[in-house]
Design a protein around this ligand. Sequence first.
Ligand code: SF4
Length: 564
Amino acid sequence: MDPDRILRVDMTTGAIFTETAPAKYRFLGGRALGAQMLLDETDARVHPLAKEAKLFVTVGLLGGTAVTTSGRTSFVFKSPLTGGTKEANVGGQLGHRLARLGYKALVVSGSSLNGWRRLDIDSEGARLGDAADLAGKSNYVLHNELVGEALRTRAAATIGPAGEHRLGAATIAVTDPEGRPTRHAARGGPGAVMGAKGLKAIIVDDSGAPAVITGDRKDAFRAESVKFSKVVLEDPRTHNLSKTGTAGVVKFVNRQNIQSMPTRNHRLGTWEGADGISGQMIAELGEARGGKMLPCMAGCIIKCAILFNDAEGNHVTTAFEFESIALLGSNLEIGPADLVAELDRLCDDIGLDTIEIGNAVGVAMEAGVIPWGDWEGTKGLLEEIRAGTPLGRIVGNGTVHVAKTFGIDRVPAVKGQGLPAWEPRTLKGMGVTYSTSPQGADHTAGMVTARGATTDTLIKQSRHEQLVMMAIDSVGVCQFTNALPSDMATFVSNRFDVDWDDAAVLKMARQGIDAEREFNRRAGFDRDDDRLPSWFYDEALPLPDGPSVFDIAPEDLDRVWNDG
Ligand code: SF4
């Protein structure tokens, strides 16, 4: 079945219908498709939680196929955190299932008048049902109830208590291959938007769905997939990810000459406790406790997701990733790994973005709400979010909200979104991406980790990487495949029987970026929003060869999108 259908669900009226996607969306998928649909269908000035706002769930152009990691899903919406366009990209088992049922996009509009609802989608169609029995439940219980034994055919996307409270740091949790809610569409508050619609859970069952690619193209496609998998498996970057996950970079970025381990609300770039939260330490513990490396979706051959057990061998968390470890660990001066893993599990269960919460709690610590390194206090704040207390809602609404409440002016955020772990004063290309991405501070928008490069080079690299990431998020594969535009062009050509080259891939990516920038412009953003907070220009990090600040001039940042 060609995944060219759009499923529309109006939460206000309960109306559900399916349409064939218009021709203009045929070669858009994932993030680019969501960005274009958001621009086409919504008023950029709408309140993100209003019934007039929409939630777009889109699959990549390669969704449902055998290409490794191609089952990623994009959740696109107007962000309650940034006030602009947002895409939260997630692995897990949802994307392939939607694609196999023939859906390119699910569009949720309106807001339930009948309390909490659930949306069930399968080969018979889609149905809205009562979800009063799910209300108030957290993600681990929810995924166990909704997916349980039907793991091989079913996946869920749910909101935990944070989404029910409509908080800016609220995620949408997607089922992993072991049936756990450890994959999150995390950034920008997608859980708040789903919560505002009154939608507690989306459950997709692809039992009996036909193969996505059939006929003449099947063999060529399979041959290309096998070839691509071989290249990915032979890449040394894959070997590292398969051994220690993204956590493997902790020791490297904590070095004195890099200083990219956020510490004390990004005041420092190294932390003395970093070895205790490093990938190597986690791997050692894993060996003794039955930990393992897992794929986050069926068909991923990289398997970068760390399953972390406690000393008794009981599961604590999966997908124990660098960003979570850095923001919930060194940034708060909390370690070793066991303590951070427990915070990560709590965030998964309540439905919280670990990056946003790590920044928000860091600002709260700076304000003296709890002391640095206070693990019990941090757990207490997370439980306050779960319970929806006034303090919990303040922290759960993210970094900027906490800073405003407690009068802190040193706010690690761009366009309202908390900063990832990569330090812009030493990895200046990351600062260029954080500043100029329409997504706000987001490392996945375009990684540029070169050091010592000229401003001109960093501007060009950031633009190129942002376009490549838009392409990757739109074909729907994982960034860790390091897929090149030429790889994507080959797959799209075979998948759709067209003749794409690198230029066609980058043109599609540019359309996506332009749609995002236009939405932000209509929402009221201007070039002054494409900036890092001023303290990154003033507060130096003490590198061995001299103090280092972020020193890329505003007029150079403007060149990212004006020059190319
Ligand atoms: S490489 Fe990691 S993040 Fe990417 S699809 Fe595989 S397990 Fe998921």
